[in-house]
Design a protein around this ligand. Sequence first.
Ligand SMILES: O=C(O)C1=C[C@@H](OP(=O)(O)O)[C@@H](O)[C@H](O)C1
Ligand SMILES: C=C(OP(=O)(O)O)C(=O)O
Length: 414
Amino acid sequence: MEIIGKKSLKGEIKVPGDKSISHRAVIFGSISEGETVVENILLSEDVLNTIECFREMGVDIEINKEENKLRIIGNGLYGLKKPKKSLDCGNSGTSMRLLAGVLAGQNFESTLIGDSSLSKRPMDRIINPLRKMNVNIHGVDNKYPPISICPSKELYGIEYTLPMASAQVKSAILLASLYAKGETKVIEKKTTRDHTERMMEYFDEDDFKGKNIYVPGDISSAAFFIIGASIMKDSSIVLKDVGINPTRTGIIDVLQSMGGNIGVKNIRNINKEPIGDIYVSYSPLMGIELDSAIIGRLIDEIPIIAVGAMFAQGSTIIRNAEELKYKETDRIHAIVTELRKVGGDIEALEDGLIIKGTSTFYPGVLDSYNDHRIAMALSIAALNIDGKSKINDDRCINISYPQFYESLQKIIME
Ligand SMILES: O=C(O)C1=C[C@@H](OP(=O)(O)O)[C@@H](O)[C@H](O)C1
Ligand SMILES: C=C(OP(=O)(O)O)C(=O)O
């Protein structure tokens, strides 16, 4: 994509449904009994992979693309069918790790595969706790996909302290616990997203019968416009119906500490998730040091926060974010390498970044590393730099936000 800066952002948009909640809606809809209707579902590549995996296991899932709606006829906890082929999770870590939790309790053998990026991501983090639950699970070198799961006689509940801040690991254990004897307790030292817990409670209200779900807008997608409007002069935007679950709103807190002009109105609850309209306008930002406790509440937003910090005054320090190395690409390396190409003063730490705000930038030809969050973060950086930049390999935006450039087009002002 070619991007010509400098621009400002003005107007109102609705970002697509939350990716984490969309995956979970498909999973819980599939393993509950009867009809679940999901509105505002995100139909991006990652979520479509989760949908295909459950279809492969005999779940009837009807997709209405025009209305972003799903109708799922769930098979119940014990009604999934043995898949005829490997379950392909594509690029999606969430699909693979959460599905492993569900497959742990089935009485058939299954294999989970992924693309070249996912095949390099660590799965020992789910293999180890699931084995403690007596799951018969194997990976390459006990760590990498493909992951194969064979039926076990019985699963046991465990008490497990998460060694890293990961909602995917927590969720895999919680999903497996639905099939386990005895109680399971997961202890997290640092907060991570709690959508699984909330949705589990929501479905449990009715003994795991189908439910209606409205998926709030994805704050991780909104983050690109939140930072964009904060750094581009004369900007003022409204993002309607965005999920504001407190385990996800670290970006709002950080931006407020940096001097951003951001507020949330019209707050209400929908299927146990809070939702609201986010108002944000241009404001000069100041660098800050991020508190380690906030990292899990904004882990996917760090690439775009780094972009915000690049245009701020003073230094921004991000530590305790080593998890960035295990995402679709090593995001610490990608952010440092690409932002330097446009004049960013940025340094990699073993577990984070130091970004010094500067004022001279120049356009560049930038690489996405086939990572959707890197592609979108770089696009926003380029929009705030005079001249023509290019983002290579931007097809990856389809992983989480296929309409990203269309949304941007609606609010870009000359
Ligand atoms: O549970 C989820 O939906 C997710 C959890 C996070 O991953 P980790 O659990 O690896 O931190 C996040 O980065 C990912 O985009 C989605
Ligand atoms: C890390 C991400 O997703 P996943 O782990 O599901 O691939 C992401 O969307 O930024």
